[in-house]
Design a protein around this ligand. Sequence first.
Ligand SMILES: *Cc1c(COP(=O)(O)O)cnc(C)c1O
Length: 367
Amino acid sequence: METPFKTTLTNNSRLADIDFNNLGFGDDFCDHMFSMEYAGGKWHTHQIMPYQPITLAPGCLTLHYGQTVFEGLKAFRGVDGRFRVFRPDMNAKRLHESCLRLCMPTIDDDVFMNAIEQLVQVDHAWVPEERGQAFYIRPLLFATEPHLNVRAATEYRFLMMTAPVCEYFSRQVGGVKLKAEDKYTRAAPGGMGYAKTAGNYAASLRPGKESMDDGFDQILWLDGHEHKFVEEVGQMNIFFKIAGKVLTPPLKGTILPGVTRNSVLALLKDKGVDVEERPIHIEEVLNASDNHTLEEVFGAGTAAVIAPVKSITYGDRIANAKVEGDDLFSGWLYKTILDIQTGASEDTYGWNMTVDVSGTESKSLAG
Ligand SMILES: *Cc1c(COP(=O)(O)O)cnc(C)c1O
């Protein structure tokens, strides 16, 4: 481990109040967070401190013009009692790209990885043991400089908070119902679709509400130009199995390059499955459903891991897919990824960062 960051421990741990049999997704945050600030062209005041409210100038640029980026990844307490973080290097890389898109200062991979490691250590007692639960890590970077000009800020804050979570859809029985969105757009070529930035999610709230009012679980976004080509779901990338072949849209700047997407592609290719990253017309999916070659649809993202999709509605047409059965890739992928994350199977890809928490007992029991 690198030099530990200055650490201030809480003397008021909330751990005893958490009902681990009833976890939501962000109902509670863990005791500590990582924090650092940026001014004068460099990051300073790196520290781990109690999770607590922060002070912001009302004029700070992030509140007015949305200069905010974030990440999301998970740590696990394995079947062998060891602690593992799934592919944090990928999140560091994606955060870097998001920062560049929004003219924000980037963060050293070392600092990013050390912050994760030390947060897992300090709050390791919060890492759930139950299969399917996880210790969610949320890095967040935003502009703090107060100003009214529309321009990139000169001052920023980076926080990394953590939370014990259940799965996002709690393995929604019967699969997810998607509405292929033919009116609203999530991202357009040249936009910010590939960046994990707050504005993309704010823009999705109204379409999301309308689709939920109509009885759907999530939106399947189509391209911003013609609303014909499949893009992704709210917080997941999308996969189709048509006539034995697995299809997913290519990374062309309008969709998030998911870490789970990348993992799914690697696992399927190594299993010898025919996989194609290419544009997918919504008609191709609907027609495949009509002629019974649509074998499976699933979403892939950190929060849900793998979420089987039951149906996709596009105007007055509907595509149906199987969500249960031993032959489905969705079930196999879910199990395979979780087994790697929890140490139940060998990490042949070297995806996990293991965290040694020995000697950090006192910190987690503080208070
Ligand atoms: C985070 C996210 C994903 C999934 O990315 P992972 O790295 O697999 O969690 C997909 N789409 C959107 C819009 C996202 O925000």
